[in-house]
Design a protein. Structure first.
Length: 311
């Protein structure tokens, strides 16, 4: 019998000593697992969280790490907070993991008046990435979702991004996750055209049992999610593997990583496909323009140090 090949896991993460990473939403779930794994591999990891007290409690659980952790406040639903976080950054940043997000919540708005899921999951990370980009030396990994394939997330509602008067939790979530992939696509295009060696990648966790599903606007869906978490889902440690794979392996820009199991719901990390809508460069450009107009944040002029060619 041929020997079964061992599948990739956290023991395969290369030494991260000397590297600095920011992980948004790292106080629980796959964000905390991601931060913990990177710190154990030697990185200095900043837990960028809305609630610093909860962030400090989460940081205290990262024990025995070769690297180190710290906590900084970041509220992605408030562009002033995003700007403050970015303005306070000094020095190089090797890795930015855009992990934080909300899912299928009741209708709500960010402090800047955007629909909460689109504003947090996409616009907050769009602004954060562009503001930090002059510091980033290696890659940006944005956590998307298989929900971008659902009928509810099949297109961007360019004429009504806030879904005013037609809000539905799953439509808003699907749109925000499709936006994550289109953002990654156009970010990589812009980095390439700028001659930067920084890479933009995306990952999705499959069905991972975390507290994200506990805020669903529908009681029926919350119950279904609870059952699914027990029967079908993988745990948050397995759910974080695609993010960690995208964050540490030598992959081409614009790569998308997910689980290798049936329906990409669980399994070891591997390169996966995206929907046709998530592969449309024209939609990606249009979303980028709309995002710049909404946030007031544009693609930065990159330092020579991040370019592939010498001055």
């Amino acid at each position: 019998m041929p020997k079964t090949q061992r599948k990739w896991n956290t023991t395969d993460i290369t030494d991260q000593s000397g590297r600095t990473a920011v992980v948004t939403g790292a106080n629980s779930g796959i964000g905390l697992v991601t931060a913990d794994a990177l710190a154990r591999a030697g990185a200095h990891v900043v837990l960028a969280v809305r609630d610093v007290r909860r962030g400090e409690a989460a940081a205290a659980t990262v024990r025995g790490a070769k690297g180190s952790v710290e906590v900084r406040r970041l509220d992605l639903a408030d562009l002033a907070s995003v700007r403050e976080f970015a303005a306070g950054w000094q020095g190089d940043l090797d890795l930015l993991v855009n992990n934080a997000g909300v899912m299928n919540i009741p209708e709500a708005s960010t402090k800047d008046g955007f629909e909460m899921q689109f504003g947090t999951n996409h616009l907050g990370h769009f602004a954060l990435t562009n503001l930090l980009l002059p510091h980033i030396t290696d890659r940006v990994v944005t956590v998307a979702s298989g929900a971008h394939r659902f009928p509810a997330g099949m297109h961007i509602h360019f004429d009504n991004l806030n879904l005013t008067g037609e809000y539905a939790p799953m439509v808003a979530y699907g749109q925000s996750k499709l936006a994550n992939l289109l953002f990654t696509l156009d970010l990589q295009r812009r980095l390439t055209e700028a001659g930067s060696r920084v890479r933009a990648l995306a990952a999705h966790p499959g069905w991972a049992a975390t507290n994200l599903q506990g805020h669903d606007a529908s009681v029926v869906r919350r119950v279904a999610m609870r059952v699914g978490n027990r029967v079908l889902a993988q745990d948050d440690k397995a759910g974080a593997l695609p993010t960690l794979y995208a964050a540490t392996q030598d992959l081409p820009g614009a790569s998308y990583v997910g689980p290798d199991g049936l329906g990409e719901m669980r399994g070891a990390p591997t390169l996966v496909g995206r929907s046709r809508a998530a592969s449309d460069p024209e939609s990606a450009r249009r979303l980028w323009t709309a995002s710049e107009e909404l946030t007031g944040v544009t693609f930065p002029r990159l330092a020579e140090a991040s370019r592939t060619t010498d001055a």
